[in-house]
Design a binder for this molecule. Structure first.
Ligand code: AMP
Length: 368
């Protein structure tokens, strides 16, 4: 595909904050954004040139959307694969259906990683009581039972502390198709965002450390202060996955760091990621611009950082302090969500630090 000229329209599936920040990056490059999402007044719609508010299985709405845009990307990975396939008949969709179908299913993503030789904690598919008993027999406890689809921020998963808890955990998850995986005694969690262009060129942003609170990302520390062997392994794994799945756009990959300084693949998403928000301030080309570039057929930009950074999410009522936060040492981002509910991502703050700073990560008092 020839690069889309400024003034072209990029369609975005999904209307959340990732779409909002992508639309802002697209606007800076002279593109118009048309959002497709089931809800009115979504964070992305508020900053976009056009919106279609319809269900993802509304064929007529999808066809009209396809006719009104020059390329399509997504900010939400649970868009039905059938919707992407329908759009792809008439307009380029990046990333495509293949990576989407893998990333929507924990079993498929872990199998893909394992088949590429990327280390993964032991896991087994669970669709019945017999499977569950077999999986507990082979993996044991402690372990984690996770629904194969639509889990996020700790939703759709239960820790099994002893084998006798397994039946109740499966019932609690509505007996939905699941995977049982070994509990990992990790030392930290890191992620790597890979960007891959239409020509197959792949670049990675620095690996970052992610710290969670109540199962929701709280802090991202960029770069991660972990052993270089772990970082190298994570970067290579993210590249290998992006290549194998022929991603055009971004692939965000999460890992556990083990006490031996190795990494275990946890999960991936073919879209901008919360752990990449720091790139807006700390890199010349952010993850959002990178996704726009790949979608529009532009060359990828540099992924290096000119500052270190820490990003803190504003969850629920955290964002009520917006006036103080706007006056602080960080850069404030608010997502335009009218109602703050517990656990809802309302915004974030990023603070920059000198790139050659000796003490890393910063002490509590210096965090955003
Ligand atoms: P996930 O939705 O798979 O990213 O899981 C959410 C969080 O639960 C992870 O970021 C970890 O903190 C924790 N977690 C998930 N899987 C495991 C595991 N196998 N062992 C230990 N902790 C886990």
């Amino acid at each position: 595909m020839k690069a889309l000229p400024p003034g072209s329209t990029i369609g975005v599936l999904g209307g959340g904050q990732l779409g909002r920040m992508m639309a802002l990056a697209a606007a800076r490059l002279g593109y118009r954004v048309h959002v497709f999402c089931p809800d009115w007044d979504s964070p992305a719609e508020q900053v976009s040139a056009a919106a279609t508010v319809a269900a993802y299985d509304d064929a007529a709405a999808l066809d009209a959307f396809a006719a009104s845009v020059d390329a399509v990307t997504l900010e939400f990975e649970n868009v039905p694969v059938a919707a992407v396939e329908r759009l792809a008949r008439t307009v380029p969709v990046r990333p495509g259906a293949r990576v989407l179908s893998v990333a929507q299913d924990r079993m498929a993503e872990k199998t893909t990683a394992r088949d590429l030789g990327i280390p993964v904690a032991p896991f087994e598919a669970v669709t019945s009581d017999t499977d569950l008993a077999d999986a507990i027999a082979s993996i044991g406890a402690p372990s984690v039972l996770k629904t194969r689809r639509e889990g996020y921020d700790g939703k759709g998963q239960r820790i099994i502390r002893k084998a006798s808890d397994a039946d109740a955990a499966f019932a609690d998850l509505g007996r939905a198709p699941a995977i049982l995986e070994a509990f990992v005694e990790f030392t930290s969690e890191i992620s790597v965002i890979a960007a891959r262009g239409e020509d197959g060129e792949t670049r990675t942003y620095a690996a970052v450390e992610n710290r969670h609170k109540d199962h929701i990302l709280d802090l991202t520390i960029a770069p991660a202060a972990v052993a270089s062997a772990a970082i190298k392994q994570a970067e290579e794994a993210a590249r290998a996955l992006a290549d194998a799945l022929q991603v055009v756009g971004l692939l965000a990959v999460e890992f556990f760091v083990t006490p031996e300084d190795g990494v275990l693949f946890n999960e991936m998403a073919p879209r901008p990621h919360n752990s990449g928000h720091w790139t807006i301030e700390a890199c010349r080309v952010s993850q959002f611009e990178q996704q726009v570039r790949a979608t529009a057929g532009l060359p990828l930009g540099p992924t290096g950082y000119h500052h270190r950074a820490v990003m803190r999410n504003l969850i629920g009522t955290d964002a009520d302090r917006w006036a103080d936060l706007a006056d602080g040492d960080g850069t404030l981002h608010l997502y335009g969500k009218a109602e703050s509910r517990p656990g809802r991502k309302m915004g974030h703050v990023t603070r920059l630090y000198a790139p050659d700073r000796p003490n890393w990560p910063p002490k509590e008092a210096e965090l955003p």
